[in-house]
Design a binder for this molecule. Structure first.
Ligand SMILES: Cc1ncc(COP(=O)(O)O)c(C=O)c1O
Length: 389
């Protein structure tokens, strides 16, 4: 058997290795508390589940779904964007439901990237931007996200020869893993930069609804001219605690949406229809769950940041996202610190290097574990004594 070069060069997905380590510990009877994965512990709101159960009983939803998604779902997404961001979208041409944002993020590379082409990706960043590019035969070019520039990329630092080959520009705010946010000035600059260098912009925004202290994240689609140069990926995973249902969307530039639709219609057969009805309920039904969940995450954020600082893992309060980006103390790499915390106090954090070379020097903690486990994890962390190296 001879596998493709594509597969030979493909690293295992970041969390596969972390899940393996947790499983090993558990098999030895040790209790592990995981701050690793951003997967909401709070259940999906009951009105959404009720709608799903009702739709699952209807035999018309047992057959192949519409591959482009139900027209009602397209309309619900467009209405949600209008209400939430004041952005008008053509529900037919500028909206595409996805089987979770992840598959859209990966598949859009097939629409733009030929062998040798470049996609500009944030580093540290969600791994799928670079992996999707590589699977399409292209090369990811890392844009460093560093504290000095508030974890925004320095677009002017990208060399001309890279820009000549670059076709896609990836951005993600509120950001995973740094928790950073972007404002309209930045997004307006991105539109001008994309026009100047003939780039298609992909803004990935699954955390736009997870925000604290009355902060309201903005959408890239609100920038002047955004629809001419790009699309935004979104998801119901984190906004409505629906990671397990697998539903998201892409919105914006009609040509990009049409290209993604063409790829997807050849690869998948759409989202199970009962789940589409549940998503319509989520987007058009009561929205109280969002501030309720954010109040829970905000309390957790405050507890985690306090404890991290008290044990010498310097961290700032993020305005949004589900993540705390904590500095690794001198004498450790991010992997060494993650291993030390797992071995010495049984807590799992994600090493920053897993998100790219500029993630070195940090670890990421997620706020998506139940309060009791979080408090227990923090009390373990309180007992952790850093070994001076
Ligand atoms: C930045 C980012 N984009 C996309 C996704 C994928 O979201 P979905 O569950 O909709 O596939 C995640 C999930 O953690 C993420 O962190």
């Amino acid at each position: 058997m001879r596998m493709s070069k594509r597969i030979e060069n493909l690293p295992p997905y970041l969390f596969v290795e972390i899940s393996r380590k947790i499983a090993e510990k558990k098999a030895r009877g040790e209790q592990v508390i995981s701050f690793a994965i951003g997967d909401p512990d709070i259940p999906t709101p009951s009105h959404i589940i009720d709608r799903l159960c009702q739709a699952a009983q209807d035999p018309t939803n047992h057959r192949y779904p519409e591959s482009e998604g139900l027209p009602e779902l397209h309309r619900a997404i467009a209405e949600w964007y209008k209400k939430r961001f004041g952005v008008s979208l053509d529900a037919d041409k500028e909206v595409l439901p996805l089987i979770g944002a992840k598959e859209g993020v990966a598949h859009i590379a097939l629409c733009f990237i030929d062998p040798g082409d470049i996609a500009l990706v944030p580093d540290p960043g969600y791994p799928v931007y670079a992996i999707g590019t590589m699977l399409a035969g292209g090369n990811p070019y890392s844009m460093p996200l560093v504290e000095e520039t508030d974890f925004l990329p320095d677009l002017d630092a990208i060399p001309g020869h890279v820009l000549q080959k670059a076709k896609l520009l990836w951005l993600n705010y509120p950001n995973n893993p740094t928790g950073a946010v972007a404002d309209m000035d930045f997004f307006n600059r991105v539109v001008r930069f994309a026009q100047q260098h003939n780039l298609a912009v992909c803004h990935d925004a699954p955390y736009s609804e997870v925000a604290f202290d009355d902060y309201q994240p903005v959408s890239f689609m609100q920038a002047d001219g955004a629809k001419e140069v790009g699309i935004e990926f979104h998801s119901l995973s984190k906004s409505y605690n629906m990671t397990g249902w697998r539903i998201g969307m892409a919105v914006g530039n009609a040509e990009m949406i049409d290209a993604l639709k063409r790829v997807k219609s050849n690869l998948d057969s759409g989202i199970p229809q009962a789940i589409q009805y549940a998503a319509i309920e989520a987007l058009t039904g009561p929205q109280d769950c969002i501030p309720e969940h954010n109040a829970i995450y905000q309390k957790r954020r405050d507890l985690v940041v306090d404890m991290l600082n008290s044990v010498g893992l310097e961290a700032k309060l993020p305005k949004a996202s589900l993540y705390i980006w904590a500095k690794v103390p001198k004498g450790y790499t991010s992997v060494e610190l993650a291993n030390a915390l797992l071995e010495e106090v049984g807590i799992v954090v994600t090493p920053g290097i897993g998100y790219g070379k500029n993630g070195e020097g940090y670890v990421r903690l997620s706020l998506t574990l139940p309060n009791a486990a979080l408090v227990k994890g923090l009390s373990r962390l309180a007992g952790w004594h850093r070994v001076k190296k």
